[in-house]
Design a protein around this ligand. Sequence first.
Ligand SMILES: Cc1cc2nc3c(=O)[nH]c(=O)nc-3n(C[C@H](O)[C@H](O)[C@H](O)COP(=O)(O)OP(=O)(O)OC[C@H]3O[C@@H](n4cnc5c(N)ncnc54)[C@H](O)[C@@H]3O)c2cc1C
Length: 304
Amino acid sequence: MNKSAIYNTLIEVIDKESILQNVDMGQFTSFKAGGYADFLISPSNNNELAGTLKILKEQNCEYFLMGNGSNFLVRDGGYRGAIVRIGKNFDKISVEGDILTAGSGTLLSSIAKEAMENSLTGFEFAGGIPGSLGGAVVMNAGAYDGEIKNVLIHVNAMDKEGVIHKLNDRELKLGYRHSIFQENGWIVLEATLQLSHGDKDKIKEKMLKFNKLRNEKQPLNYPSGGSFFKRPEGYFAGKLVQDAKLKGLSLGGAQVSELHSGFIINKGGATATDIINLMVIVQNTVWDKFGVMLEPEVRIIGER
Ligand SMILES: Cc1cc2nc3c(=O)[nH]c(=O)nc-3n(C[C@H](O)[C@H](O)[C@H](O)COP(=O)(O)OP(=O)(O)OC[C@H]3O[C@@H](n4cnc5c(N)ncnc54)[C@H](O)[C@@H]3O)c2cc1C
């Protein structure tokens, strides 16, 4: 991979300010830990995004998509390639009747607020999830009484050749923390949600209730990626970790949260290696005690 050739061709399609090199990804992920990426590219619109994909392909440069960075970790050896960030340039929201459409870079908290302002119910569950709409569609994020699957009507997404497709809910293959985008690697650009007319005060009350629950039950004072493990069928990951007596276990700066055993937190100065090694200890212990293999929900990329 020739980094200067990549940079020199990228600046033909995208502003210099939107291309960062040798970037400490700990500054851009909610774990506040991890290695460096060769490039962090933030396209401003669909044309720049398509141009970026074309150049990365021509230059044989691997890429990984990120939204708000609340569910992934870069190993300490770094990522040899480009992180393409779908962020604040893709954050338009529009509301027509009970239908809300938003760009994939829009934060879930902003969408929940906009829905509330328009007296639309159905999105309260997502107001406290610290991700973007794109990341939430890809992960079929969910909490409390809802998940993205329940409100999604269709998604506009870009394939690896830069062509835009409209996918309806059946084509999205939404399941527990799963969507078609984890299989095809397409980029979510915009999503349309079906909400319902409701009472603004009740919507606000529900959002406050969910936020209170989060504050009580989750270690929000520490950097983390949220619940580290997927829920294994028939079990709760946090309960298995707790029953395996791993609550509070520390390794370097990483710790199994004392408040919520499903979270691995950065207690201060954790490296990605600390977090990943602690994850492996948890997986092995839970496997030995209960015969259940915990799969990480957090995406881990990069070199050791
Ligand atoms: C404190 C805390 C609490 C959390 N609580 C919850 C919860 O209650 N429920 C829940 O489901 N999750 C929760 N999470 C996890 C996380 O917030 C969600 O998975 C969120 O949807 C991820 O969005 P993101 O924009 O941060 O995605 P990122 O972390 O940036 O990316 C996650 C994945 O999505 C892909 N991706 C991101 N944007 C796009 C795009 N536009 N197109 C294609 N692929 C894309 C990435 O490649 C990656 O595979 C929590 C995390 C934290 C830190």
